[in-house]
Structure formats: C-alpha cells, structure tokens
Design a protein around this ligand. Structure first.
Ligand SMILES: *Cc1c(COP(=O)(O)O)cnc(C)c1O
Length: 413
C-alpha cells in the first residue's frame, strides 16, 4: 500500500510542500535541496532496526549490513574533511555539539563563544540550552566597526577566564573564519578549540573556505546545510583520546540507537560531495552570494560587515527603510514567494521576534541552478516586494512572477 492510499491527508500535505518548494525561492541560509539519491536512501527499510553501538561492536544481532554502511559513511567523512576520525551518529547539529562538549569538558567547566545575538548558535551557550545549563559560557565580541570577530576580545576573555574550550563557527556570520588565530590564542591559555562548521561544511569540504584542521581539536557540523545531505550531525577529530571520548559521549552518553537510514543518506551525500562537481557547486554558491549582495547594496541595503565571503549575508534593513522590521520583511517576502528568515543584527535594538535584519543564503537556489545574473533578478524581486509590502496585489503579482521564474530551475530530480 502506498502513502496516498493509506494516509491521504499526510500524502496531500507532502505534495503541497513539494509544490511550495518548487514554486518559491529558498533563500534561508541553512537550507538546501538534497539529491533524489539522498532522499531514496533516507526512505528505506534501514529505519527498521536498532544498531546501538559502533561497527563491529553492536548491542543487537543482524547488524552486518549496517556495519558496512556506517563504515562507508565514516571513511567518506574522513576523506572529505581530511581527518583521522569521524562519528556519523549525531541526530542533529545541536546533538553533535552536546556530545562534543561532553567529550571536552566536565559539567561546570567554562567555555567562550560568540553569543546568539551576534551570530552564534543557541547550542553555543544560550541560557535555556544544555550548553549553558551544564557548562559556564561567556562570550567574546564582534568589533563594533568592522562587525567581524574581534580577536583582541577573544584573547582578553581567554586570558581573564582561562576557559577549558574556545568555540568558533557561527550561524549568521558572513566572513572567513581564521581558525589558526583561534588556536594561537587557545595555546596561550591551554584551552581546546572547537570549530562548529555547520553552515560552511560544504565550503570546507571543497577547499572554498579554509579547513579548521589542523587548528581545531574537535570539529562539529550539520550535514544538511551547504553539505547538502540529510538532516543530521557529524563530529570529527584527529586526536585519538578525544575520538574515544566522543564515541562514548554520543553513545551511550547522549543517544540510543542511531538513525541508520539517515546514516546511509549521509554516506550518499558524502560520496556526492567527494565528486568534482560538488566543488563547482560550492564555488558557484559563493559567486551567487556575492552577486546577490552586490545588487542589494545597489538597491540601498546595508550588509553587516559590508559584504560576504561565504554563502550567506545579513541585511540591516534600517538603511533602506528605518521603520522596516525583520519580521515584517520575512512575512511580505513569503507572500511574494521568497523564503527568508528574520535575524538580529549586531546590537539590534529590536527584540528577537521582531529584529532589524534578514539573513539570506545562496545554497538552495544554487542547487536549483541559478547563476550570478539570476541572483541579480532575485535581488530585484526582493526589493520590489519590500517596497510593495503593504499592498497584497503587488505581492501577489510578484509571487506569480517568482513562480514562473522558478520553472526555469527545477529541483533535483
Ligand atoms: C544549524 C546549526 C547548528 C544546529 O543544527 P541542528 O541540526 O538544527 O541542531 C549548530 N551549530 C551551528 C553553527 C548551526 O548553524
């Protein structure tokens, strides 16, 4: 029996969601469209079985093929990131971070990171997250002029607090991360460096962003952003002792049975990322982000830090229209078929549910085949929608134009 017959309600909602994805421009920086091969692996009988433990050392019988699948995922991840160890079991990026924290620190230990409001992730010490409940976070700052990482502040916090770990890698940061500089400071105070490359993993894997190795002691990432795999997490290291601690902290530390259908889909995605076409893709993401950024600046938008080096940008909407909030912009753009997320800008006077900024990224539209000239058109759609934000007829007209435009760029099939 297929889904449409056994559960027509869910089948219909999935169909509508597919249609929504096909007819809109996905500019959320943390999202992407996976290949049909990845989708196929994720939707298999591999969801049926427990495989607690690791290849060759499971707590359930019948895991022979699972061992081979997980070993392939591990080998490909190591090859992709040029490191000696990979744990492919974390269910998500936040889970990977929790396990990495457990491997590097004891409860109550101190770490420093960039806070959520400045571009960090909630799993980097936001007060309601386990990272702040079980550990002691403190934060280094952005330079208020350049809006880039202020290494004087990193060094000052490190010297003052002597943290066990220094965390770099962000969710809303448009500039290249200097991992070597973090390591230099960590070595001065005897701290470990953790790099969370969730957003830039695809760029790192293809050398289009510098690698955190050999500088970081532990690297975590999601697999579903620029890396274009299924939703999930991954932990990497070159240190054999940390490797053992990471395996323990993933299972049994924070998780039970691994999602083996997702691990198979990760292996497929890593295989895709090892091919030369994936480097071409990541190079195009960066070109597309720069083209989008340049056109938005021509329209009078201010970009935090003045531009982008990677796949994303943060718009400070106030320069274009003082009264325009991130929340209003997100809503108007969605009505026009352009999907984005509101995001605070550094020192945003508006609360997190309102904000003065929008975060945009190029990974998903690049997967659909948009090139630089198309990104210029996307910026023009976006500006027209924000100018016409109070007129439903204008937004509806743009939505139709966007849907027509999207037909030229099919989703992976
Ligand atoms: C997206 C993201 C994560 C979390 O990923 P989830 O899979 O949503 O838990 C962690 N760290 C950073 C920097 C991210 O951008």
């Amino acid at each position: 029996m297929n889904l449409a017959q056994t559960d027509p309600k869910i089948a219909e909602l999935i169909r509508l969601e597919q249609q929504r994805q096909e007819s809109t421009l996905e500019l959320i920086a943390s999202e992407n469209h996976v290949s049909t091969a990845v989708l196929e692996a994720a939707g298999t009988v591999l969801t049926n079985k427990y495989a607690e433990g690791y290849p060759g050392a499971r707590y359930y019988g019948g895991c022979g093929f699972y061992d081979q699948i997980e070993n392939l995922a591990i080998d490909r991840a190591k090859q992709l990131f040029g490191c000696g160890f990979a744990n492919v079991q974390p269910h998500s990026g936040a889970n990977a971070n929790l396990s990495a924290f457990m491997a590097m620190m004891q409860p109550g230990d101190r770490f420093i990171s960039l806070n959520l409001a400045s571009g960090g992730h909630l799993s980097h010490g936001m007060k309601l997250n386990t990272s702040a409940i079980f550990y002691k976070p403190d934060h280094y700052e952005l330079d208020p002029k350049t809006e880039q990482i202020d290494f004087n502040s990193v060094r000052a916090k490190a010297k003052e607090l002597k943290p066990k770990m220094i965390l770099c890698g962000y969710s809303a940061y448009a500039r290249t991360i200097d991992f070597a500089k973090f390591r230099e400071i960590a070595d001065e105070v005897g701290a470990l460096v953790m790099a969370d490359i969730a957003h830039i993993a695809g760029l790192v894997a293809t050398g289009t962003h510098p690698s955190p190795f050999p500088h970081a002691h532990v690297v975590t990432t999601t697999t579903h952003k620029t890396l274009r795999g299924p939703r999930g997490g991954l932990i990497l290291t070159n240190d054999p002792d940390l490797a053992k601690a990471i395996n323990r902290s993933v299972f049994p530390g924070t998780q039970g049975g691994p999602l083996m259908h997702i691990i198979a889909a990760k292996a497929v995605a890593f295989g895709e990322a090892l091919r030369p076409e994936f480097k071409t893709y990541c190079t195009q993401i960066i070109k597309n982000a720069k083209a989008l950024a340049a056109r938005l600046q021509q329209h009078g938008y201010r970009l935090v830090s003045g531009g982008t080096d990677n796949h994303l940008m943060l718009i400070d909407l106030r320069a274009r229209n003082e009264s325009l909030t991130g929340a209003d912009a997100e809503k108007a753009l969605e009505a026009a078929g352009i999907i984005t997320n509101k995001n605070g800008v550094p020192n945003d006077p508006r609360p997190p549910k309102v904000t003065s900024g929008l975060r945009l990224g190029a990974p998903a539209v690049t997967t659909r085949g948009l090139k630089e000239a198309d990104m210029t058109k996307v910026a023009d759609f976006l500006d027209a929608a924000l100018i016409g934000k109070s007129d439903p007829a204008v937004l509806e007209k743009i939505r139709k134009e966007v849907a027509e435009f999207c037909k030229k760029f099919p989703m992976p099939h």
